[in-house]
Design a protein around this ligand. Structure first.
Ligand SMILES: *[C@@H]1O[C@H](CO)[C@@H](O)[C@H](O)[C@H]1NC(C)=O
Ligand SMILES: *[C@@H]1O[C@H](CO)[C@@H](O)[C@H](O)[C@H]1NC(C)=O
Ligand SMILES: *[C@@H]1O[C@H](CO)[C@@H](O)[C@H](O)[C@H]1NC(C)=O
Ligand SMILES: *[C@@H]1O[C@H](CO)[C@@H](O)[C@H](O)[C@H]1NC(C)=O
Length: 493
């Protein structure tokens, strides 16, 4: 494997299988099995949660209550790590974090980016993170789609291989967690956040929640208020389009362009075909069409950079200002997180079941499964639109030095999204936003009333200068300031 596959280069002609709807039944049950407390869903005999009450700061130096366990949905077992807010757990909002990939473990977000604790320099313990996102929020990290990280499948159960099947599992998980296990979270303001391939997962899960709430008003409702996504992979063709601006101008915040004129000319000449074929794929998402579009974009544009990236000493797709060092992920911490979560005493504390053979930060099985369906080349812009139309606030935030899911490309699809807020969004110039008097980056935001609703829905894009793909890792203080503004005011003005 060459690089962290935000983009997978292999596609086959298999179409995704639609998931089934799980019927409701049964009454609530709760029991103890070993050191786990087991909650049986009130709504489905197939659903239960095993939870460890509770973990302590030896495992993760969190400074608040933490719980780990598995949700069992039939033959699927989803691992989660839940942290109460360090401020006011009974009032603060609830966040769900989704790491990208496809195939990346929630452990990357938790221990390397925005968790209340981070991996220590030896990889054998954790240190408290002053800028962890549980400062003023309850937060859940998960290993999803199932079979990522500590999550596992029973023999013969197929791997979830699209954002849509993954979203069904996560929706059931949230219903159980907020209604059966922690009923105090039942009507809590809820936000989905994530990064990278989270640009696919988060809008899809958001749309699943909105649709299921509306379809089944008497089943457990999830009180979704907003989604916010860091360096999201939303529209593949626009990410490819943004390669030119990111590599051929100084706009990302570099002193001189990364590529010379010769290369930039070749990429520019190849872009129209890439965009043309991609829009065909978006309109007719047939895997055959999408495969051709992807191939043209990769060979004509993306490969010029990505082909020289993802190994020690090579280029870095996640930060154009730095070479790739240490390993194929270009982050020293990623294998350290993996080592930590494979330590025998850690397994003991987590009570990892025998079915899990090994913890891996990145599941190639899941990445491969996704690359066999048509999930990766799809644009999730329609899901974003659906969320806005249903009054869910949406923020995309961007580290400006990232190439894989670059600012230029995400701004481009955001500008091209047809909705009532579009003209105002397009017309708006980039405004600076500051934290403690220092300029952090720029933003654009639109608040507008849609349909019958009384609420003004917010759509925003905000950036962080000097940060790459993993904003909370590169700029922890600014990242916490960014999400705090979003959660409190939905505004960067
Ligand atoms: C956490 O729990 C473990 C196992 O029960 C125990 O050995 C350890 O001392 C505890 N650590 C703290 C900080 O309470
Ligand atoms: C972690 O590793 C360092 C360096 O090898 C060592 O000094 C320290 O005692 C270790 N800590 C634990 C908790 O094992
Ligand atoms: C442009 O950059 C490429 C790749 O680094 C290099 O091979 C080529 O020689 C450069 N061309 C010029 C004219 O500098
Ligand atoms: C567990 O997986 C990691 C990385 O995937 C590998 O380096 C390690 O050798 C594996 N350990 C076992 C016991 O299989």
């Amino acid at each position: 494997m060459k690089s962290f596959p935000v983009l997978s280069l292999v596609l086959s002609l298999v179409t995704p299988v639609a998931g089934s709807q799980i019927p409701l039944s049964e009454s609530p049950k709760q029991s103890n099995v070993g050191t786990f407390q087991v909650y049986q869903s009130k709504h489905s005999s197939d659903h239960s949660i095993r939870i460890k009450q509770q973990q302590n700061d030896t495992l993760c130096n969190a400074h608040s209550k933490q719980y780990t366990g598995w949700l069992d949905v039939g033959g699927k077992h989803v691992f989660f790590w839940y942290f109460e807010s360090q401020n006011s757990p009974s009032e603060d909002p609830l966040l769900l974090w989704l790491t990208g990939g496809p195939g990346g473990s929630g452990g990357i977000g938790l221990f390397q980016e925005n968790g209340p604790c981070l991996i220590n320099e030896h990889g054998n313990g954790t240190v408290y993170n002053e800028y962890g996102w549980s400062k003023n929020a309850n937060i859940i990290y998960v290993d999803q789609p199932v079979s990522v990280g500590f999550s596992y499948l029973d023999e013969g159960v197929p791997i979830p291989d699209t954002s849509f099947t993954a979203a069904e599992d996560m929706h059931h998980f949230l219903q159980m967690l907020t209604h059966d296990v922690f009923p105090e979270l039942e009507n809590r303001e809820f936000h989905i956040t994530g990064e990278s391939y989270g640009g696919h997962y988060v809008p899809t899960l958001g749309a699943q929640i909105v649709a299921q709430n509306a379809l089944y008003p008497r089943r457990p409702q999830i009180n979704l208020a907003s989604v916010f996504i860091g360096n999201g992979y939303v529209s593949p063709s626009h990410s490819a389009y943004g390669y030119w601006e990111t590599l051929c101008t100084t706009n990302p915040g570099v002193d001189s362009p990364i590529f010379n004129e010769t290369r930039c000319d070749i990429m520019a000449a190849n872009l129209p075909r890439c965009m043309d074929l991609s829009s065909l794929c978006y309109q007719h998402p047939d895997p055959a069409i999408c495969l051709i579009a992807e191939t043209v974009c990769v060979t004509g544009v993306i490969e010029y950079y990505d082909g020289e990236s993802g190994y020690d000493g090579g280029r870095n797709r996640f930060n154009i200002a730095h070479p790739c060092k240490d390993n194929q992920f270009c982050y020293r911490e990623i294998p350290m997180v993996q080592d930590y979560l494979n330590l025998p005493w850690v397994w003991e504390m987590l009570q990892v079941p025998k079915a899990v053979k090994n913890y891996s930060v990145y599941s190639e099985e899941v990445a491969n499964a996704f690359s066999m369906t048509n999930d990766i080349p799809l644009s999730m812009q329609p899901q974003v639109l659906y969320l806005l139309n249903n009054d869910i606030d949406v923020l995309f935030y961007q580290g400006n030095l990232d190439l894989a899911c670059n600012t230029a490309g995400n701004l481009q699809w955001a500008n091209s999204m047809p909705w009532k807020g579009q003209p105002a969004f397009v017309a708006q110039s980039k405004r600076k936003w500051t934290h403690h008097g220092e300029v952090v980056g720029w933003f654009k935001e639109v608040k507008t009333k849609l349909g019958e609703s009384k609420k003004k829905v917010t759509f925003a894009l905000s950036t962080v200068n000097g940060a790459g793909h993993l904003v909370p890792y590169d700029k922890p203080k600014e990242a916490l300031a960014l999400i705090t503004r979003w959660l409190e005011k939905r505004s960067f003005a």
